[in-house]
Design a protein. Sequence first.
Length: 117
Amino acid sequence: VQVVESGGGLVQPGGSLRLSCAASGFTFSWSVMSWYRQGPGQERELVSSLIIPGGSANYADSVKGRFTISRDIAKNTMYLQMNSLKPDDTAVYYCKARSVRLNRDYWGQGTQVTVSS
């Protein structure tokens, strides 16, 4: 299983980015796909998660109404649409793919998001 994030970069406050998480060799069925982030000097925190099947999504209070998690099962890819970005959103964003059947987590290497003017 290989989990690879992409889409990070430098954006001005108020801007948008869409992160992608491609999970090769991983079956999306019966999984929990999550985005975490770790800011400078901070602990890693859960940003959003998506239960598959069912599509139930959860968000951290700090990103509700601004971020949207989604997935394309046919492409084995998960996305995080981030709008109205703030400097506090600056962090390395990680994707975690959890197999419910195997009770096992797979992490990506992270993608840097920097929100700055």
